[in-house]
Ligand binder design. Structure first.
Ligand code: PLP
Length: 331
């Protein structure tokens, strides 16, 4: 499929323009010298211009596009208090002028850190439920939406940290942007973090629309490879349905999953991922955070260094998390 055709498919759904496109691609020359790897690039989705920036801006373009289409007047986002999605959703709602409520399953912190400080600055309404499981939080939000509807509001709930089929479609634009700069950078491999899977599924879908010019590598930071694979397959099936893409065996998403870098799972760093934060900052002046980007970046460097992946050019998608970083080093 030609790039123009791929773009048309992705703009067939209502999308709000929040991002400043396209995000910069940078050559990591100093890190190349330090690691001996040739062809290292980074695409700065952390610099996409809403709040602290990051991948979730792209998902919100489609989710909030749908909220606006439904004439919603209140957006409810939820997560742990240091959630990147919550802060970016709050900032995006400020920008487009929709009331936003954040629901956190934590106690209200005495000393705000990281994204919680940014949420204070945004002046957003927040509910702290205390330390409760995610299921409790979801139930609470369902009830909240019912109450708001009774009062004549039209709430819009952002589900599953913005990783829904509609949100994930936002990420399909990433390979399209890279592709337009191909003559300049010669990138053959893309590396993304696999958390809830939206980012990975969307990137794989965009790549498929272009007939798979890139090898898409997903470094899982949370689930096992088998678990993530099931999540991705489900997301892709539902994204195709939303975009009216036939479930054709020739239109198959291709990606590789790498499971060696998640350590003990979500939110638990490994010694190598912590080192990576320092190494990239010192080499290039670019900040990673503990949960997603440092594990993924280390995975990319390790796979390339070992020769497990032979690449003409490897590009890391920097998915953000700058706001969370300050909370991660505060205690
Ligand atoms: C949410 C997030 C991701 C992962 O996105 P998923 O769609 O959940 O896989 C990666 N990096 C950062 C910084 C995030 O906030």
């Amino acid at each position: 499929m030609k790039i123009q055709e791929a773009k048309e498919i992705l703009t067939s759904l209502n999308r709000l323009s929040l991002c400043s496109y396209d995000t910069p691609i940078q050559h990591l020359k100093h890190l190349e010298e330090l690691t001996g790897i040739n062809g290292l690039y980074i695409k700065r989705d952390d610099l996409n211009g809403v709040g602290p920036g990051g991948n979730k801006v792209r998902a919100l373009e489609y989710l909030l596009g749908s909220a606006v289409e439904n004439h919603s007047d209140i957006v409810i986002a939820s997560g742990q208090m240091n959630s990147n999605l919550c802060t970016i959703a709050a900032a995006a709602c400020c920008k487009i002028g929709i009331h936003c409520i954040l629901v956190h399953n934590n106690d209200e912190p005495k000393y705000p850190t990281g994204n919680t400080i940014l949420n204070n600055l945004l002046g957003i309404e927040r509910v702290y439920l205390g330390e409760k499981p995610e299921s409790y939080r979801n139930e609470y939000i369902m009830q909240m939406a019912i109450e708001l509807k009774k009062k004549g509001h039209t709430p819009y709930i952002i589900e599953n940290g913005a990783t829904t089929p509609l949100g994930a479609i936002g990420y399909a634009n990433i390979p399209l942007e890279l592709f337009e700069h191909n003559s300049q950078y010669h990138i053959s491999d893309i590396f993304v973090a696999g958390g809830n899977g939206g980012l990975a599924a969307g990137v794989a879908l965009g790549n498929m629309l272009l007939s798979n010019p890139y090898n898409v590598h997903v470094i899982t930071v949370e689930n096992t490879v088998d678990e993530l694979n099931l999540i991705l397959e489900d997301l892709m099936k539902n994204m195709k349905t939303l975009l009216n893409i036939p479930q054709n065996p020739l239109m198959k998403c291709q990606y590789s999953l790498h499971g060696d870098y998640r350590g003990q799972g979500w939110g638990i760093s490994t010694p190598e991922s912590i080192n990576m934060i320092h190494e990239l900052a010192a080499a290039e002046g670019i900040f990673l955070e503990k949960i997603y980007t440092s594990k993924t970046f280390f995975g990319m460097i390790d796979l390339l260094k070992k020769g497990s992946i032979v690449s003409k050019g490897a590009c890391f998608i920097h998915s953000g998390g700058f706001g969370a970083l300050f909370g991660q080093y505060s205690s």
